[in-house]
Design a protein around this ligand. Structure first.
Ligand code: LMR
Length: 399
């Protein structure tokens, strides 16, 4: 049965983790996979998370099965985080929610659910989008179409091109949007653009499918959910996949949420039963620990305040790193304008250099980034920023 299998190359992004670990250069810099790092290059456990784990260890009485939705308290707190406590979709009971194994679990269960509702449904994805969106959606049976998003020339969102492409979408098509901190470009829609896009989605009866994996790391928890909350108010049906990997630092605990919004509460309860059946047929029920941490934090005012403080520190560090990198590139003598990095949000930006230059940064300077020149802004630190900028200046000037 297995004899015909061909080897599959390792995921290029995840491969960077191994390559970086094996590099013995003491000046090496990891700007690869999207994990938050502090000034020392560590990805520490948030203090609110550790405090919650102590409480969980003390209070948890059983590890018996919990059901396909996971923890109800987690689902409720997650919905409040996403939509805001008083959002009409919560009050009108239009939500079907489940705790999932990470944001990927949420995306995949959403994709399986969509494919069950409408086999081979079309999902419009941004060009570019997060690489793993493609297998997560297509392997569930969905068909992808692309809308232009990031313009490599202007270093900003090609909003006109995006609207023009979506004008050709058909009723019932889904539009995958990054709620904030677009991965890989860091270029986000502004509120006016979200409003225009919402008008188009409503007018054409399209279904928004929002992936929000970085809430709190762009402009703030509420600000980052602006587009999601706006669309949820305006459309009858919508899908959301969220992740606690980045904003709670729970990467390996695999904690996310899938939300289906239906047009009314009766339809929502039917959708809920179907969503749970989809989950049961895939992994039966989600792992508990990460969600227990999140609900413990969000349900306790002191812990929540501590978490918010830590999240704010992370967000500010990312924007400080952006400014420091732009300044350092300038002082390294680069004449091209890199200030677009300052107006982008969250963990990522493209440097906009070519693949040969990316390879030279890795081979000659041990600076690791995705082949697309996407950098993880969190990997920049005071001690390495000028080294990175000087290396960028060198590879730009020699090609
Ligand atoms: C990234 O884009 O680097 C992260 O979301 C990690 C991943 O799984 O790709």
């Amino acid at each position: 049965m297995f004899n015909h299998l061909q080897g599959v190359p390792a995921d290029p992004l995840l491969k960077l983790i191994t390559q970086y670990a094996q590099d013995e250069n003491i000046d090496k810099v990891d700007l690869g996979v999207g994990v938050y790092k502090d000034e020392l290059g560590n990805t520490p456990i948030m203090q609110a998370v550790t405090a919650a784990e102590i409480i969980i260890l003390d209070k948890q009485k059983t590890k018996t099965y919990i059901g396909p939705a996971g923890s109800q308290l987690y689902c409720e707190r997650s919905a409040e985080l996403l939509f805001g406590e008083n959002h009409s979709v919560i009050k009108d009971r239009r939500l079907s929610i489940a705790q999932t194994p990470g944001g990927c679990g949420a995306l995949r269960m959403a994709a399986e659910f969509i494919n069950f509702c409408a086999a081979g449904a079309k999902v419009w994805v941004s060009t570019p989008t997060w690489v793993n969106h493609i297998p997560l959606l297509t392997e569930a049976g969905l068909v992808l179409a692309e809308y232009p998003y990031y313009d490599n020339q202007t270093k900003s969102v090609d909003f006109g091109g995006m609207l023009e492409a979506l004008e050709t979408a058909k009723e019932g098509d889904l539009v995958l949007l990054h709620g904030c901190c677009h991965n890989p470009s860091g270029a986000d829609l502004n509120p006016e653009q979200w409003q225009q896009l919402t008008n188009l989605i409503v007018a054409k009866d399209l279904i928004p499918f929002i992936d929000i994996a970085y809430q709190g790391l762009g402009d703030g928890l509420d600000e980052d959910a602006y587009g999601l909350r706006l669309m949820a108010e305006r459309v009858p049906e919508m899908i959301v996949a969220s992740s606690c990997s980045k904003n709670f630092g729970l990467y390996r605990e695999r904690t996310g949420t899938v939300v289906i919004i239906s047009s009314n509460s009766q339809r929502a309860s039917i959708c809920t039963s179907q969503l749970f059946s989809t989950i049961r047929g895939h992994y039966s029920m989600p792992p508990a620990h990460g969600a227990a941490i999140v609900e413990t934090i969000l349900d306790d005012n002191l812990l929540k305040a501590q978490w918010l403080n830590e999240l704010t520190t992370m967000r500010l560090r990312l924007s400080d790193n952006r400014a420091a990198l732009v300044d350092a590139i300038k002082s390294a003598g680069v004449t091209e304008d890199f200030s677009f990095i300052n107006s982008e949000k969250g963990m990522f930006s493209f440097l906009g250099i070519n693949p040969t230059q990316v390879t030279r940064l890795k081979d000659d300077y041990s600076i690791y980034m995705a082949g697309s020149s996407r950098i993880n802004i969190a990997g920049i630190a005071q001690h390495n920023v000028q080294y990175v900028a000087n290396a960028i200046a060198k590879v730009i000037s020699s090609q």
